[in-house]
Design a protein around this ligand. Structure first.
Ligand code: CA
Length: 374
């Protein structure tokens, strides 16, 4: 177990915070999404929405010379809360607040006859699941895992769960790891391996005790939840049929080290949807199939999107729509510029859907700026 001491993640960071009142300027120089990310420069100005028309100028320069050179460390995260306010998360001087235990995990069971209330289950209640819930092992199963600062009733869960149950005869299990996800980013990021192992162990217990078919199970996770998805799949020795990573989180993950992040070895078929590469998302290929809507970095209809939250959330909005209206036609291409210049291969596929179209490759597509996105 790691010491509960401040963990310095970078030795060369400079921040400038000043207050002014004026025009919003946004300068975001994004890292090249598909190359080793050694440094990042982010300068952002933001007008406070609620108080005194303050402009907070944040300049953060971070380099990763003290770290393995493929760790993506932007130095700071801008986090947009559900009330719209923006918080700054310092990644360089963070302390692990608490360690994940199995008691932090709750699994909410839904089915077509019980689509809204769900039944909260702890791991110790597995022997009673058939009597406590509407679980039926004749159905396919969809597992949904939220990201940092979210909980089981967050939009990512509700939107996907409602779309799934309205259009498919499924067991749906919503994983709640909010006691850890509600901590600082470093705590949550360091916990994804262990939380994923708890999910994988829970699913293998369902397999052995009530006959869950891992070959008919899909796990979908957003942001840090995408890496938990990978770790859950790894904990079943890669036996889950489909894993879906929705804009997998980038900060503090490594390109080379796949032991704590989503990668193709984690499941039978891994699909990744990229919507905010180089900011909140990672920006490297992580699946058998990787989809880049609108190039994968910014999304239409998101406006200035200072914190990237809008583009980051689009990943689960696109996926949820694909469960009832899958017209996310995509073309296999080497790059987004090849896609916009229409010099792609003839190979196409559809992003998302249930079941997934298991066609490997790198795909690009355009979306609308509002629903229906496809
Ligand atoms: Ca992995």
């Amino acid at each position: 177990m790691e010491d509960r001491t401040n963990i310095t993640l970078s030795r060369c960071s400079t921040t400038v915070l000043s207050v002014a009142s004026a025009t919003v300027i946004i300068i975001t120089s994004e890292v090249n999404a598909r190359t080793t990310q050694k440094s990042i420069w982010v300068a952002t100005c933001w007008i406070s929405q609620k108080m005194k028309s303050l402009v907070i100028f944040l300049a953060a320069f971070a380099c990763s010379s003290a770290l393995p050179d493929d760790i993506y460390n932007p130095g700071y995260l801008l986090y947009q809360r559900e009330d719209g306010l923006i918080e700054v998360e310092d990644l360089n001087n963070a302390t692990i607040q608490v360690y994940a235990t199995e008691a932090d995990m709750t699994f909410h069971f839904f089915d077509p006859s019980n689509p809204s209330r769900g039944t909260a289950i702890k791991s110790s209640q597995i022997p009673y699941i058939l009597s406590l819930t509407g679980f039926d092992n004749r159905r396919d199963t969809l597992v949904i895992i939220h990201g940092w600062r979210n909980h089981y009733q967050s939009p990512v869960n509700d939107i996907i769960k409602n779309a799934a149950l309205s259009n498919h005869n499924l067991n749906v299990i919503v994983v709640d790891w909010s006691p850890i996800a509600g901590s600082n980013y470093l705590t949550a990021q360091r916990a994804v391996t262990r939380v994923g192992q708890y999910v994988g162990t829970f699913l293998t217990r369902l397999e052995s005790q009530i006959g869950l078919s891992l070959a008919r199970t899909t796990i979908v996770g957003h942001s840090l939840g995408a890496h938990i998805t990978g770790n859950a799949g790894a904990a079943t020795r890669g036996r889950i049929r489909y894993l879906v990573g929705l804009d997998p989180a980038g900060p503090l993950f490594s390109e080379r080290d796949t032991s704590n992040r989503l990668d193709p070895t984690d499941g039978q078929f891994v699909q990744v949807i990229h919507t905010n590469d180089g900011v909140l998302g990672f920006g490297i290929n992580m699946g058998h199939a990787d989809y880049f809507p609108n190039g994968g970095k910014t999304q239409p209809g998101c406006g200035i999107d200072v914190a990237g939250s809008c583009a980051h959330s689009r990943a689960y909005e696109y996926y949820a729509e694909s469960l009832f209206h899958n017209f996310f036609n995509s073309r296999q291409c080497n790059s987004y510029s090849d896609f916009t210049n229409n010099i792609c291969s003839a190979t196409s596929s559809r992003m998302g859907g249930l079941p997934l179209q298991n066609r490997a490759g790198i795909y690009f597509l355009r979306t609308n700026s509002r629903p229906l996105y496809a």
